[in-house]
Design a protein around this ligand. Sequence first.
Ligand SMILES: C[S@@+](CC[C@H](N)C(=O)[O-])C[C@H]1O[C@@H](n2cnc3c(N)ncnc32)[C@H](O)[C@@H]1O
Length: 348
Amino acid sequence: MPDTLTKFAYQTFQQGKQAFGYTHKTLINRLREIVSPVEPGRTDNVPASIFALLKQRMDDLTDVDWQDADAGIYPKDLLFDNPWDDFFKYYPMVVFDTPSVWERSKQERYQDFGPDVNTAGYPSYYVQNFHHQTDGYLSAMSANLYDLQVELLFNGSADPMRRRILAPLKRHIDGLGVPVPKVLDVACGTGRTLKMLRDTIAQASLYGVDLSPTYLRKANELLSKDIGALPQLIQANAEALPYVDNYFEASVSVFLFHELPAAVRQTVINECYRVTKPKGVFIVCDSIQKLDTPEFAPMMENFPTVFHEPYYRHYSTDDITGRLESAGFHSVEVSNHFMSKYWVAKKG
Ligand SMILES: C[S@@+](CC[C@H](N)C(=O)[O-])C[C@H]1O[C@@H](n2cnc3c(N)ncnc32)[C@H](O)[C@@H]1O
């Protein structure tokens, strides 16, 4: 397909996802007002002007995503990569599960797990219904719905936000000139970032850790669908990574730090420093923070209340650059795209 056509197809695809996400949320919120209304005053009002800014930011993200693919940093196919099977299979379940999410939220039940879910042995900060999600991160159903829920939350921009780590990572790996670089994804969840990494840095040996066995199973399912070496997936706590010192050319982490208490955030950063080789890089993608876009402050105030994110408020003003430097990283570069923030930190 000629480039202009591919670009147009990608823009249309993203606009379709935006429209779907927006319509889904509007309808679900209308239904909630009827079935299970939220007490007035629980959330701040978000001024209408914010929506125009959000739309602009989303379009900017689509542009930069296109530019990176067009420059050959990652294949253009990645732009259209969407788990369609899961969408058709699990979208009805997302809708049917929504009333139980409302109930949990209304009754402030934050550690509510089904009888089949074994919560033993996990850190207490983790045994939570993050996002009021049924079974937290600890069931097959949660793993099946997660990607779809995140895509709906971000109006189809979750993968484009994840892809923002690829250009600095590839640049760094290319600069090292190591034939088979080892790259670790810390809290790899259902494996979407690992899939992008495999398509972008084909020569790399990939590793993923996560605390959730069901999310790792889902990651394995996703990564087995296409041809390519399977990343090594291990169930482990990022506070004690099961690797020797100085093992990886690069480590990355996507959407983890806002879900960790402050002290654990530092421990995980220290661990990422330990397992990354000198001259290696650590790249973090997570939510934007309060000072990045003060206009988004009301939205960021509402987010932890509406979505049960108990550590988000602290995260939203935390000095992550300071934490990276105190672990030993240097030359930390920071950037923002849409609703996310990136730290690229060097070791040695
Ligand atoms: C918001 S999800 C992000 C998942 C994935 N990186 C993504 O981009 O969708 C947070 C992930 O962190 C994992 N997690 C949370 N605390 C962890 C810890 N201490 N060690 C390892 N994984 C953890 C969860 O199981 C979950 O998969």
